[in-house]
Design a protein. Structure first.
Length: 699
C-alpha cells in the first residue's frame, strides 16, 4: 500500500479515525520506521551539541513515532479486534527495536553530555536544562552505557516485556468478555436498580434475547465496571454477589487466558533488566524518574496505613453491628462480597443518601456543563462543542475545542464516555494525540496545539434517558479532565517537557486529584446536580448530606489503595523468581496489613492489575497517594482564601493554571508546587479531608 494512500501517514491535524483500519497498521508502521531510521542516521552523522542540530531533529523523530503509534494503540484500547491485535503483534517488535536503537544512540548521548558540560550550560532556560538532564537519564535507563552482550540481552528483555504487556491486557479484556450470567427470575436480582436492570436487559438483547426488557428480563450480567459495582452494592441475593465477586477477582487467572505466568515472567525480566543497569531491584530503577525514593514511598504508605487502620476496624465493626440489626445471618462473618452491599445500606441510613435516587440529578450533559463552567471560572477558558471538525471512532464520541479568554483555540479533546465491554478496555484514562510544541508545529512559528483523548467507562444512555451517573462516575470524569487540563493548558513550547511530559511520575496525578475535590464543593455540586427532566437543582439538604458522606469509610477505602501500592512495591523489591514466596504469597501477606478481613485465598486480583503489568505504574502505584498529598494541599489554598469568595477563588485558579498546569516538566514538580503554594507540601490537608487527622501526628 503506497504511503500516500495510508491514512495513518497523512499530513493530518486530526487523525482520520473514521477510515483507519487494521490493514493500514503494518504498512504504515513499516514505512514510517524506514523513514525514521534514515532520519536517525542523518541526525547521528550531522549532530552537534546545539539545540537546532540535536534537540529539534530528535524531537521530530520522537514525535512522529509517538503520534502514529499512539493512534494505533488508542484504537486497540477502544475498538479492539483480532485483526488489529495481530497487526500490532507483528509490527511491535520492529517499533521496539527502533526505539532501542534511538534510545541507545551514542552520538546523541554524547552530544547531550557535551551540552551538559559546556560553559554555556547556565545560559539555558530551566526547561532546556530539564530536557538535557532528562535525555541523559533516559539514555542510561535505555541501556546506552551497556556493552555488546549486555546490551543485546537488555534489548531482548525490552522486546519480550512489550509482548507480555500487550498479551496481559488482551487476556483481561477476553476474560472479562467471556463471563456472562443469564438471569431469568427477577427474584435472583432483587435490589438491582432500574439503571442496572436496563443495562442487563440491553446486554441480553445484544446476546440474542431480542425480547428482553428491564422489567421482564431476561437479563445478562457481565463483569464490566458499572454492572459489577451495581451487583455488589445492591443485589440482595448473597450467593449471586459471591459469584460475581469471585469471577471478578479471578479474571484472567486460568486456562488460555491465565496471566499468572505472564506476571512471573514480567517480574523476572524487570529484575534482570534492573541488575544489568546496576540496580539491586526494579523499584530502585523506577524511582530514577520519580520524586520519591523506595524508602520515602514505603514510609508514606506505612504512615497512611497506620493512620487508617483503627478507622477501618471501626468501619468493619459498624457494618457488623448494622447487618446484625437488620437480622442478616452473615452479620458476624461478613465476607468481601458483603462489604459493598452493607456499606451502601448503612450509608443510605446514616446520611439518607441513595446513590440510585441521585442518578437523575447527575446526567452526563449537565455534569459536563457544570465541569466546563467551573473550568471557565477557575482557568478563564471557554470549551465549545466541535463535533464534525474531527473524525471519531464511535458515534458516542464527542469532540471539543478549548479557547482562551479572547476566543482563540488553544487545545482540542475527544471525550469517549461510555462502557462498551465488547471492544473497549475497562477503567478511565487520558492519552495525548499530539502535545504542544513549537518545533513540530505546521507553520514553525506558532506552537502546535495539544489534542487529547479522554476515555471513561460509565453507564451508557438507556432508552430515551441520557447517561445517569453515580457520584463515583462524576469523580472519574473530573479526574480525567484534570489530566487533560495539564496537557491542554500548558504554556510550555518545548515539546519534550510540555503537558505532563518530563514530569516526575509521582506528581502527574496532582491536577487530576485536585479536580476531583471540586465535585464535593457545594457550588460546583449544585451546578452539576440538576434533574435531567425538570432541571430542578439537587435539594440543598441532599447536597450537604452528599458532601458529608464523602468521608464514609475513608479509612477502609484508603487501605484498599494502599494494598495496591504496597503489593506493587513488594513485588518489585522483595519478589525472587522461583523463590520461597509466590506472587500470591506476597499479596496475601500485604493483605493482612491492609485488609481487616483476610483476602480470599483464591484472590487473583494481580491477574488484572494492568496499571503495573500493562501500563506505566510499575513500582509507582504509590504515586496516587504521593500526588494526593500534593492535590489536597493545593485545594486547601482555595479554602484558605474562602470558597465563597468568587474573586479570590478566580485569582487562585489563575495562579494554579500559571504554575501547575502551565509549566509542564520544564521545572521540577517541587519547585512548581512551591511557586503555587508558597511553601513545600504537607500531608495535613490530605489527612483532614479523609477524617484521619486525629490518628496521626503530622510533623
Amino acid at each position: 500500500m503506497a504511503s500516500r494512500e495510508n491514512p495513518l501517514l497523512g499530513d493530518f491535524i486530526f487523525p482520520p479515525y473514521d477510515v483507519i483500519e487494521a490493514k493500514h497498521v503494518r504498512p504504515a508502521i513499516r514505512s514510517l520506521l524506514k523513514k525514521l531510521e534514515r532520519d536517525l542516521l542523518d541526525l547521528e552523522n550531522t549532530v552537534e551539541p546545539t539545540w537546532p542540530k540535536l534537540v529539534e531533529p530528535l524531537e521530530k523523530i520522537i514525535d512522529r513515532l509517538s503520534v502514529v503509534w499512539g493512534i494505533v494503540n488508542h484504537l486497540n484500547a477502544v475498538k479492539d479486534s483480532s485483526e488489529l491485535r495481530s497487526a500490532i503483534e507483528e509490527v511491535q517488535p520492529e517499533k521496539v527495536e527502533f526505539q532501542l536503537r534511538l534510545g541507545q544512540s551514542k552520538p546523541i548521548y554524547n552530544a547531550f553530555k557535551t551540552i551538559r558540560e559546556s560553559s554555556d550550560w547556565e545560559m539555558l532556560s530551566d526547561a532546556r536544562k530539564r530536557i538535557v538532564e532528562g535525555q541523559l537519564k533516559e539514555a542510561v535507563l535505555n541501556g546506552v552505557s551497556l556493552e555488546s552482550d549486555n546490551r543485546e540481552r537488555f534489548n531482548e528483555i525490552q522486546q519480550e516485556l512489550a509482548k507480555l504487556s500487550q498479551k496481559f491486557e488482551e487476556n483481561i479484556l477476553d476474560a472479562t468478555n467471556k463471563f456472562e450470567k443469564l438471569i431469568t427470575d427477577k427474584k435472583e436480582i432483587e435490589g438491582l436498580p432500574a439503571t442496572a436492570l436496563a443495562m442487563a436487559a440491553q446486554m441480553a438483547v445484544s446476546k440474542g434475547h431480542e425480547k428482553a426488557t428491564a422489567e421482564e428480563g431476561p437479563w445478562v450480567l457481565t463483569l464490566d465496571g458499572p454492572t459489577y459495582r451495581s451487583v455488589l452494592q445492591h443485589v440482595q441475593n448473597r450467593s449471586l454477589r459471591e459469584e460475581i465477586f469471585c469471577a471478578y477477582v479471578t479474571r484472567a487467572s486460568d486456562g488460555d487466558l491465565n496471566n499468572t505466568p505472564i506476571i512471573e515472567r514480567i517480574l523476572e525480566l524487570r529484575l534482570e533488566k534492573a541488575k544489568l543497569l546496576g540496580y539491586s531491584n526494579y523499584a530502585e530503577l523506577s524511582m530514577e524518574t520519580k520524586m520519591a525514593t523506595v524508602e520515602k514511598a514505603e514510609d508514606l504508605i506505612e504512615k497512611l496505613r497506620t493512620a487508617s487502620w483503627n478507622a477501618a476496624l471501626q468501619d468493619m465493626q459498624d457494618l457488623k453491628d448494622f447487618a446484625k440489626s437488620q437480622g442478616a445471618v452473615e452479620a458476624e462473618e461478613l465476607a468481601h462480597w458483603d462489604i459493598n452491599f452493607w456499606s451502601e445500606r448503612l450509608r443510605e441510613l446514616r446520611y439518607d443518601v441513595n446513590e440510585e435516587e441521585l442518578r437523575p440529578f447527575l446526567s452526563l450533559p449537565k455534569v459536563i456543563d457544570g465541569l466546563f463552567n467551573l473550568s471557565k471560572m477557575l482557568f478563564d477558558i471557554e470549551i465549545d462543542p466541535a463535533d464534525g471538525l474531527a473524525p471519531v471512532w464511535n458515534q458516542d464520541v464527542r469532540f471539543y475545542c478549548v479557547k482562551n479568554c479572547l476566543g482563540i483555540p488553544i487545545a482540542y479533546f475527544y471525550f469517549d464516555p461510555y462502557s462498551r465491554p465488547s471492544g473497549k478496555l475497562g477503567g478511565a484514562w487520558v492519552d495525548l494525540v499530539v502535545g504542544r510544541s513549537r518545533t513540530v508545529s505546521h507553520d514553525c512559528t506558532s506552537p502546535r496545539l495539544p489534542i487529547v483523548h479522554i476515555v471513561c467507562n460509565q453507564t451508557p444512555p438507556l432508552g430515551d434517558k441520557p447517561s445517569l451517573m453515580t457520584i463515583r462516575e462524576v469523580e472519574a470524569v473530573f479526574h480525567e479532565f484534570g489530566h487533560a487540563l495539564q496537557h491542554m493548558l500548558t504554556k510550555q513550547d518545548e515539546g519534550l517537557v510540555s503537558g505532563n511530559r518530563g514530569i516526575e511520575w509521582d506528581a502527574v496525578e496532582l491536577p487530576s486529584q485536585f479536580m476531583e475535590n471540586w465535585c464535593y464543593q457545594r457550588d460546583t455540586l449544585m451546578s452539576i446536580a440538576k434533574h435531567y427532566e425538570t432541571g430542578n437543582s439537587l435539594p440543598e439538604e441532599l447536597c450537604l448530606k452528599l458532601i458529608s458522606a464523602r468521608n464514609f469509610r475513608a479509612g477502609s477505602l484508603l487501605l484498599r489503595q494502599l494494598r495496591y501500592a504496597s503489593v506493587d512495591l513488594e513485588l518489585h523489591t522483595k519478589y525472587i523468581p522461583g523463590g520461597p514466596e509466590s506472587i500470591y504469597d506476597i499479596d496475601q501477606r500485604v493483605g493482612k496489613m491492609t485488609h481487616v478481613i483476610p483476602l480470599l485465598l483464591e484472590d487473583r486480583f494481580l491477574c488484572s492489575f494492568s496499571h503495573i503489568f500493562a501500563d506505566t505504574y510499575a513500582a509507582g502505584y504509590y504515586s496516587y497517594q504521593w500526588a494526593e498529598v500534593l492535590s489536597y494541599d493545593a485545594f486547601s489554598a482555595f479554602e484558605e482564601v474562602g470558597l465563597d469568595n468568587k474573586q479570590a477563588v478566580k485569582e487562585m485558579g489563575r495562579k494554579f493554571r500559571e504554575t501547575v498546569l502551565a509549566l509542564g516538566g520544564g521545572k521540577s514538580p517541587l519547585e512548581v508546587f512551591v511557586e503555587f503554594r508558597g511553601r513545600e507540601p504537607t500531608p495535613e490537608a490530605f489527612l483532614r479531608y479523609n477524617g484521619l487527622l486525629p490518628a496521626v501526628t503530622v510533623n
